[in-house]
Write a protein that binds this ligand. Sequence first.
Ligand SMILES: [Fe+2]
Ligand SMILES: [Fe+2]
Length: 173
Amino acid sequence: MDQDHPQLLPDPYPAPKVLGENDCYAKLLLHDYAGISGELTAISQYIYHYLTLYCSHPEVARTARMIAINEMHHLELLGKTIQLLGTPPVICCANRQGVQFWDARFVYYGNDLYDQLTANMKQEMDALRNYRNHQRDIHDPFIRELLDRIILDEEHHLRLFSQYRDELCRKAY
Ligand SMILES: [Fe+2]
Ligand SMILES: [Fe+2]
C-alpha cells in the first residue's frame, strides 16, 4: 500500500507478528478493526467526506482521502495480526450478544465542513482511547509495538483534522 505522502508520518511499521494464538487478544483487536470506532468506519467516513467536500474544499477532501488510505493500511495490519492470533478476520466484532457485524450506520456522514471535521476528530479520539485501553490489556510485545505505531498515526490524524477546523471554521462559527 502506498504510504508515500508528505502529510503522513515517515516512521516504518513493524510486520504483523504474535507470540502465539490468543482468542482474547483477537477479540480486542476486532473492535479496532470493525467496531463502531474501528478502522473500517474511519475508512468509509473519510472517503464519504472526500466525495462530498471535493468541490467546496479540495485540500481537506484530499487529506481525508489520504488518511482513509492510511487507515486501510491499519486495517490490513490488524487483519493479519488477528489471523496470526488464530481468528478469521471477518468484518465484525464481539459484543455481549455474540457477534456484531460492521454496519454502514456506524459512519457519521455529516452536512457541512465543521460538522464533518468535528466528527472526524471524535472518531480519532475514540480510536485512540480504544487502542490505549487495548495496549493495557494485551501483553504480547509484538502487538504492543504495532499498536504503538498505529497510535502515532491516529494522533497525527487528529492534529490534521483539528488544524483544518481551526483554520477554516473559525470565522463561520
Ligand atoms: Fe487507524
Ligand atoms: Fe486515524
